[in-house]
Design a protein around this ligand. Structure first.
Ligand SMILES: NC(=O)c1ccc[n+]([C@@H]2O[C@H](COP(=O)([O-])OP(=O)(O)OC[C@H]3O[C@@H](n4cnc5c(N)ncnc54)[C@H](OP(=O)(O)O)[C@@H]3O)[C@@H](O)[C@H]2O)c1
Length: 238
């Protein structure tokens, strides 16, 4: 083994052993949600491998390592990028804003799930969309208008969610209502009766908090703005 590789492996194992911050691959780090998630992960003491096509625009720091990644790239390339990151977890916040939903929101996400598995990353936190994982709810009167407005997008998000659920990874899926640019409140509502708005900052905080909350593993959260503090809402019994 090359000496630089041995050093990285030892550093990785040491971080794990003494329970320091984790190293997180953040996919979609230049986006509205991704940028705030990156800041929250850093605040929580983690290192972030900040991935996007435009990653070179992200300022590098001791805790943030920008890495150019295009989800159009073949799986082998995404896997290589993940392998060299030596990360503990993946947080996925990428999306095509409706322009390339099959390749990015569905297949792109699925590539990152497979890449994580291939390199032995076991933790994966997904940014979904409200009710995307549960298509049997899509015809409920209070849900249908929101789904109908973006019907094909929801199908692609459902594919990504289902792929993650059956991946064997320790997953958490955060499914927010409509994103607003209002200031974050630090509070949310889980499993409301129907869709609603939520500040981007609160969604980002949920994604970042999941990394340190083992109780969130294996859970899917439909969330909108609300009054329950985020970590309390995420750890409440179902
Ligand atoms: N808008 C809503 O109300 C709403 C509601 C619920 C859920 N969501 C979900 O939230 C997600 C994030 O929202 P947002 O507002 O933060 O989106 P955004 O600002 O458009 O960010 C999208 C991110 O995806 C990255 N990306 C796009 N194409 C890529 C590619 N080919 N390879 C690698 N990265 C790529 C972009 O980076 P580069 O362009 O630099 O590559 C950017 O970092 C949405 O995609 C959606 O799934 C949205």
């Amino acid at each position: 083994m090359k000496s630089s590789r041995i050093w990285r492996t030892k550093t990785h194992m040491r971080r794990k052993r003494i329970n320091m911050g984790k190293r997180i691959i953040l996919v979609g780090a230049t986006g509205r949600v991704g940028a705030l998630t990156c800041a929250d992960l850093v605040k929580a003491g983690h290192e972030v491998v900040a991935c996007a096509r435009g990653a070179s625009k992200i300022p590098a720091s001791q805790q943030v390592k920008p890495m150019t990644l295009d989800l159009h790239d073949p799986l082998s390339q995404v896997t290589d990028a993940f392998r060299k990151s030596h990360a503990d977890a993946v947080v996925f916040t990428a999306g095509s804003r409706g322009k390339d939903i099959n390749q990015i929101d569905a297949l792109g996400a699925m590539k990152t799930i497979e890449a994580a598995k291939a390199v032995g990353i076991t933790r994966y936190v997904m940014l979904g969309a409200m009710y995307a994982a549960d298509w049997l709810r899509w015809e409920q009167p209070q849900v249908k208008p929101a789904i109908d407005a973006l019907a094909d997008y929801y199908v692609t998000k459902n594919m990504a969610d289902q792929y993650l659920i059956s991946s064997g990874l320790d997953y958490t899926i955060i499914e927010p209502g409509s994103l607003t640019e209002q200031e974050g409140t630090g509070t949310i509502q889980v499993e409301p009766d129907g869709p609603g708005p939520i500040p981007i900052a609160d969604v980002a905080q949920c994604l970042a908090d999941c990394i340190d909350l083992e109780q969130t593993i294996g859970r899917i959260y439909n969330i909108i703005g609300g009054s329950t503090p985020i970590s309390k809402a995420l750890t409440a019994n179902q």
